[in-house]
Design a protein around this ligand. Structure first.
Ligand SMILES: C[S@@+](CC[C@H](N)C(=O)[O-])C[C@H]1O[C@@H](n2cnc3c(N)ncnc32)[C@H](O)[C@@H]1O
Length: 243
């Protein structure tokens, strides 16, 4: 009998931000393939005896290839297992969901996608901010600061990213934000636009760094690399909470 794959969104890290559906799928799974950012206490919902397989990709260390992860998903499900593929935040945002879904479709394996809390929502909440504001922030855009080669994508729509009425959430952008800020400022974007970096959003060690596009870029350019996940928000952000 063919098994079933649930792509489960783990949220930004706080286990209380898992959905009821996510917890249900974790409890019933025979095998859980999880990313580094979707681990820790969240895996406490997995029953004893289920296979737990870490398949996280991390810069600077050997990581499983995407084809290997696709193969594992197909093989577990073809053997009849109920599989959870656990991804951080919302599984459909910058998480290579498409490749894995395509592999299952090609193998005729049924699947579902369980949505969850994306990290920009947790970052804004952790700073006491809304992501949109009536009249001031009427558009919200999510971008990645990291292409397949680890660089800032060179085909970014700078006009859209310099929209003064938009809040932009930059995923995986800590290292490349100085470059992005330089492009924005060169395109006429005000350097004193508010900017915020939230590291480990929703987790006990969460930190916030508030400034402007120019000052955050300068701080990040001088900062050593750090392993914790970071979300950058810039645009017409409100006051939020004091750091
Ligand atoms: C591969 S992407 C996955 C995004 C995820 N699907 C989501 O919806 O949030 C990983 C990036 O998401 C961001 N991220 C994920 N969890 C985070 C957290 N708890 N705090 C801050 N940023 C986070 C960071 O930019 C991190 O490098």
């Amino acid at each position: 009998m063919t098994g079933f794959v649930s792509f489960v969104s783990a949220g930004p890290g706080d286990p209380e931000l898992l959905t009821l559906k996510a917890v249900d799928r974790l409890r019933r799974a025979d095998a859980v393939l999880y990313d580094d950012l979707a681990a820790g206490d969240i895996l406490g919902h997995v029953r004893a005896g289920a296979d737990l397989v870490g398949v996280g990709k991390r810069a600077g260390r050997a990581s499983p290839r995407q084809e290997h992860i696709n193969r594992l998903l197909v093989d577990y499900a073809a053997g009849g297992a109920r599989v959870v593929r656990l991804k951080s935040g919302d599984a459909g945002i910058f998480g290579r969901l498409e490749e894995e879904v395509e592999a299952l479709r090609a193998a005729g394996i049924p699947f579902e996608i369980v949505p969850g809390v994306p990290s920009p929502c947790a970052a804004a909440a952790g700073a006491g901010l809304p992501l949109t504001r009536r009249y001031a922030a009427r558009r919200l855009q999510f971008i990645t600061g990291h292409d397949v080669s680890g660089q800032l994508p060179d085909d970014l729509n700078i006009a859209a990213l310099a929209d003064p009425g938009a809040v932009t959430a930059v995923f995986m952008g800590r290292r490349t934000f100085p470059q992005l800020a330089a492009w924005l400022i060169a395109a006429g974007f005000p350097a004193d636009t508010p900017a915020l970096l939230v590291e480990d959003a929703s987790l006990p060690g969460m930190t916030r760094l508030r400034g402007t596009v120019a000052s955050l870029a300068a701080q990040l350019a001088a900062a050593p690399p750090r392993p914790s996940p970071a979300m950058i928000l810039y645009g017409p952000l409100g006051e939020g909470e004091d750091d």
